[in-house]
Design a protein. Structure first.
Length: 311
């Protein structure tokens, strides 16, 4: 495994992080047993993955806690998140504190390394900062969290309206941003400023449905061509990313490597409910970057896209 220093936190984190959400939620969505889900987390640790990310909303904190029981040393970086809306209404400071205590119980932990506000929307950002950041700072003073994080709702905020503001504020030690081959708009809108301020960056949505295979991506690219966001000249619409094939084992392999090599991205998150899939993703993250010519072509091809997440 390769490791990086996660921005100004000083935490040493694996280049691939295990995500407890996404489509699989450690196998919960495919009816995995608790033992099978625990085995995924433990296999990740065996492979050198030391950043484990979960959330109140995922329903996987207890599984992560069970997997880490007796195994969490100083090298495990534990990340979780507090949902900031309840029935569409923003939470208050008391809700956040209660949520943190509940997460600690489920995880069997006495502290969280990175505690995020989860899926914050641009219209709620100012209120979150005013009401919740002071509570997070008190929790940090109490030793219950180490670093403050914030994540965007990328599925509905594909243009990064919230995070483009958040990276200019001093509160956030770590952010979670949506970035992938199809939507690289975070490069200029988020990552450049995050690098300048030494904010740790976790990448989500590196692979979603549309990037699951060379065949699956075809309709998404066709939609982007029809919208005038991707140039059809010289493009094989039957296999629009076929030029990547000689350099990658699969489209997900290319997608992970593309994100891993992006300046400003520290950790690429991967969610899975299958151990072999996990092993393949680790193999991908450890392969060399895609050739410069391929990276440049992908960057040019999707330069105008900020309207899709790949979901």
């Amino acid at each position: 495994m390769q490791y990086i220093t996660l921005g100004r936190t000083g935490l040493r984190a694996s280049a691939l992080g295990l995500g407890g959400g996404g489509h699989s939620r450690l196998g919960l969505r495919t009816a995995a047993t608790e033992a099978e889900s625990v085995a995924i987390v433990r296999r990740a640790i065996e492979l050198g993955v030391n950043l484990i990310d979960t959330a109140e909303a995922y329903g996987t904190e207890q599984l992560v806690g069970a997997a880490l029981r007796g195994q969490r040393g100083e090298d495990i970086v534990l990340s979780t998140k507090k949902s900031v809306l309840v029935e569409g209404r923003p939470i208050g400071a008391a809700d956040l504190v209660a949520g943190l205590e509940a997460s600690l119980r489920r995880l069997g932990a006495d502290h969280i390394d990175i505690y995020h506000l989860h899926a914050v929307r641009a219209e709620h950002y100012d209120r979150m900062v005013e009401e919740l950041v002071p509570a997070m700072l008190r929790l940090r003073e109490q030793g219950k969290i180490r670093f403050l994080g914030i994540t965007e709702a990328f599925g509905g905020d594909t243009a990064h309206q919230m995070l483009s503001r958040a990276v200019r504020d001093p509160h956030w030690d770590v952010i979670m941003v949506g970035f992938n081959i199809l939507n690289q708009s975070a490069r200029a809108r988020v990552l450049a400023e995050a690098r300048r301020r030494e904010i740790g960056v976790l990448c989500m949505f590196a692979v979603r449905d549309a990037l699951g295979s060379f065949e699956k991506v075809r309709p998404t690219v066709a939609d982007l061509v029809r919208a005038g966001l991707v140039d059809a000249d010289g493009l094989d619409l039957e296999d629009p990313l076929g030029f990547v094939r000689p350099s990658a084992a699969s489209l997900p392999d290319a997608a992970y490597r593309f994100c891993r090599a992006e300046p400003g991205i520290d950790v690429v998150l991967s969610g899975t409910g299958n151990i072999r899939h996990l092993e393949q993703n680790v193999e991908s993250i450890l392969r060399p970057p895609l050739p410069d010519s391929i990276r440049e072509r992908l960057a040019d091809m999707f330069a105008r896209v900020d309207s899709v997440s790949g979901q």
